[in-house]
Write a protein that binds this ligand. Structure first.
Ligand code: CA
Length: 228
C-alpha cells in the first residue's frame, strides 16, 4: 500500500513517514501544495494524508483539483478550533479528517478503516477493537460491550470512552479531555466533563462488579483495572 503525505511541517512529515513506514506502508512526501497536487494526480496512491495549510496551493484547493480526476481516499489534517475547516474539507471531498495534534495510533486506525473500505465493504469483525478486562470497544462498528453486554453510549460518551481506553492506565486531566473530545478549551470551573464522566460511569461501571473508570482527585480521570 502506497501513501502520499502532503505536509509542509518537515518535522511532522518526517515523523509520519517514519511511523507509517514501520506500519508497513510505502510513503512519498510532498512539502508544498504544488508538488503535492502533481504527485497526487500523476502517481498511484492508495491514500493521501493532506494538510490544510500549505504553501503553494492549500489543502482545499488541492483536493478540489484532485477530485476532478481522482477518487483516492483523503484524510485531511486540520487545525484545532477550526470547525469550518473540517466541514469545508468534507464538502470538498475529504473522506475523513484529523485535528492536530493527533495521536499517531488514531491516524493509523483511520488509514486502516479507509483502506479497508476501499478494498472491501465487508469489514473484518475484529478490526480495530480495544480491550480492557471485560470491556470491548469496536471502533469500526462504534460499539461498546462489557462481559458481552451492549453498553448504549452517546457519540460524546463513546469518544470519551475511546480516549480513556486508548490511554488506559494514564490519568487524563479535564483540560485534555475537553480538548480531545469536545475540541474546545472549557473555562476552569465548568463541569461539563464531570457530568459526562458521571453519565459514562453510570453506564459503564454501575451495572458491573468491578469499576474501570476512576477519579484521581485534583488530577482527572483514569480508565484501568484495579485489584479489588
Ligand atoms: Ca501546514
Amino acid at each position: 500500500m502506497k501513501l502520499l503525505i502532503i505536509e509542509d511541517e518537515v518535522k511532522l512529515a518526517d515523523y509520519l513517514r517514519k511511523g507509517l513506514t514501520e506500519e508497513g506502508y510505502v510513503i512519498d512526501v510532498a512539502t508544498n501544495g504544488v508538488d503535492g497536487l502533481h504527485m497526487a494526480s500523476t502517481g498511484h496512491f492508495d491514500l493521501i494524508v493532506l494538510d490544510t495549510m500549505l504553501p503553494g496551493i492549500d489543502g482545499f484547493g488541492l483536493l478540489a483539483a484532485l477530485r476532478q480526476s481522482k477518487r483516492t481516499p483523503v484524510i485531511m489534517l486540520t487545525a484545532r478550533h477550526r470547525i469550518e475547516d473540517r466541514v469545508r474539507g468534507l464538502k470538498t471531498g475529504a473522506d475523513d479528517y484529523l485535528v492536530k495534534p493527533f495521536a499517531f495510533s488514531e491516524l493509523v486506525a483511520r488509514i486502516e478503516v479507509l483502506l479497508r473500505r476501499g478494498a472491501d465493504t465487508t469489514l473484518a469483525p475484529n478490526a480495530l477493537v480495544l480491550f480492557l478486562e471485560d470491556l470491548e470497544v469496536d471502533l469500526v462498528r462504534r460499539r461498546a460491550t462489557r462481559s458481552g453486554q451492549r453498553i448504549d453510549l452517546s457519540a460524546k460518551e463513546f469518544q470519551l470512552l475511546t480516549l480513556l481506553l486508548r490511554r488506559k492506565g494514564e490519568v487524563l486531566s479535564r483540560t485534555e479531555i475537553a480538548e480531545q473530545v469536545w475540541d474546545v478549551n472549557f473555562d476552569h470551573g465548568t463541569n461539563v466533563i464531570d457530568v459526562a464522566v458521571r453519565r459514562l460511569r453510570s453506564k459503564l461501571d454501575l451495572p458491573f462488579e468491578h469499576p474501570l473508570l476512576h477519579t484521581v482527585r485534583g488530577m482527572g480521570y483514569v480508565l484501568e483495572h484495579r485489584q479489588p
